[in-house]
Design a protein around this ligand. Structure first.
Ligand SMILES: [Zn+2]
Length: 499
């Protein structure tokens, strides 16, 4: 539905005015910046998003988003989510300095979202909240002015290149461990023996390092080597098969920050890469959590309309509906079907009205948030043909929107005659308590359309068309003002190591 997007791979050496890594190297030994308020929320609060649990299943890096424009995401940015795409891409292109480890602008965008505390309008055009959460000391070390106002951390042209530079420096620390330290030496020797982390492993390690410090990551890697584990795999640093206090990451954090901060920092830092990848996954699932009832009309003893070659409407409806279910589920929706085989919905001897009531009851009692009934049309005149989409006579605006969106997609996908969006009080769309439509895919009574309707490829196109229409009306992109990021994580105020 969107044109594909080429991740810019034009990477260049650092030509910006930010200070090099060596300028902040000395802070490394001071166990990082001391805690300071890293929330830029104008109201002075960070909402409680519940506990962060490091989950090894979140690693390694996620798959990419090949068929969408990955910069057109909704997560983390609320209404202004895409306002800074250009600056993000520019910052990555101009500041990233590791040609062997390309930085995907989307990954950096996810990091910005994570750093912006996962709340609606975290990035606002008024600069009310920060783009990249950088402690004051680190910000100044990277050449940003924090006072007197304006605080340059709130200026995307300044904060975004600084964020990229900081991430690049974390990666440098992990890529070239400090061999003057025992832990650094141990990791360097491991690299010499087994090779350095691959780009995906390095990305995960560097993201954890962004949150908690590159040298803390290297320390954790050294502990993993002592355990006989591959230190390049971040999951081995937060392994679930032992108590937290025995994990390499916890031990390293305790070394760096002390016991007082170790538990909180472990949960924050350990969950951090997964949280970033979690944001990314969200874009795969624009219908995440939406409860959708798919209703293939007829079934069992009730075949519905019949085609001249004997095609049964009930089977066409079922074929389209099963494909529709799979496509909706792939977008994250929770889908139930009134039937998923060739049977009646309530009981084998059910009357037509019992059947219709049973379908409505399933949707209303769940309750579904969206209802789609799939039928095929029939007429005495075999020449009648085309597709039409129904909402009820007193339909809600959302029902009308969904009917219009689905219908447009259906006509485009099938090439069938456009018979229009219509209003009718069919039992299932009149009595369901949620936005509801009934799609008449085509005329099974028409010899040409009968062939099309029984063709699995055409059924797939129809299922995709209905999916597209539903997504347009109920997907994340359609509801950008209502998207809540409250369940995605919490920025915990904790010390941040300089590297
Ligand atoms: Zn029907």
């Amino acid at each position: 539905m969107q044109t594909s997007f080429q991740i810019p791979r034009v990477l260049s050496l650092n030509v910006n005015t930010l200070k090099p890594a060596s300028a902040v190297q000395s802070q490394e030994d001071q166990a990082g910046d001391l805690p300071e308020n890293i929330s830029y929320d104008a109201r002075g609060s960070v909402p409680d998003h519940g506990p962060l649990i490091p989950n090894p299943a979140h690693y390694p890096a996620p798959s990419r988003l090949p068929e969408r424009n990955p910069m057109e995401t909704t997560w983390g940015f609320g209404r202004f989510e895409n306002a800074y795409n250009d600056q993000i891409e520019k910052a990555v292109e101009e500041v990233w300095e590791h040609p062997d480890y390309p930085l995907d602008p989307l990954t950096f965008k996810a990091l910005v979202a994570a750093e912006s505390a996962f709340k609606k309008d975290a990035v606002s055009p008024t600069g009310a909240v920060g783009l990249v959460q950088i402690t004051g000391g680190t910000a100044r070390a990277y050449g940003l002015r924090t006072s007197p106002p304006p605080d340059e951390r709130r200026d995307p042209d300044k904060a975004l290149p600084a964020g990229v530079k900081i991430l690049a420096d974390k990666l440098t620390v992990i890529n070239q461990p400090n061999e003057n330290e025992d832990y650094g030496k141990k990791v360097a020797e491991y690299y010499a023996r087994e090779g350095k982390p691959n780009p995906e492993q390095m990305e995960t390690l560097a993201l954890a390092g962004y949150n908690g410090g590159g040298s803390t990551v290297v320390r954790a890697m050294a502990y993993a080597i002592e355990d006989g584990k591959d230190p390049r795999n971040f999951a081995n640093l937060v392994a679930e098969d032992r108590p937290m206090t025995e994990t390499p990451l916890y031990k390293a954090i305790k070394d760096t920050f002390g016991e007082r901060f170790a538990s909180g920092k472990y949960h924050e830092m350990g969950a951090y890469p997964g949280r970033i990848y979690g944001i990314e996954n969200r874009e795969f699932e624009p219908l995440r959590g939406k409860r959708i009832m798919v209703d293939p009309g007829h079934g069992g003893g009730d075949a519905g309309a019949r085609g001249p070659e004997g095609a049964k409407e009930s089977m066409i409806n079922l074929g389209v509906s099963l494909k529709l279910r799979d496509k909706l589920e792939a977008l994250g929706a929770e889908v139930r079907m009134t039937r998923d085989t060739d049977r009646k919905v309530s009981h084998p001897d059910a009357s037509q009205s019992e059947e219709l009531r049973a379908r409505v009851a399933m949707a209303n009692s769940w309750p579904a948030q969206v209802y789609v009934s799939v039928h095929s049309n029939s007429a005495a005149n075999p020449a009648a043909h085309g597709t039409e989409t129904y909402h009820s006579r007193n339909a809600s605006e959302k029902s009308k929107e969904m009917a219009a969106a689905v219908h447009k997609e259906m006509v485009g996908a099938t090439g069938f005659r456009d018979r229009g969006v219509k209003a009718a009080n069919f039992h299932v769309i009149k009595n369901t308590h949620m936005p509801a439509i009934l799609v008449e895919t085509g005329f099974v009574s028409n010899p040409v359309e009968e062939k099309h309707l029984t063709d699995p490829e055409m059924q797939d196109k129809m299922a995709q068309a209905i999916t597209n229409g539903v997504e347009q009306v109920f997907g994340l992109n359609a509801n950008r003002g209502e998207v809540s990021f409250a369940d995605t994580g919490k920025i915990i105020e904790a010390p941040v190591e300089a590297q």
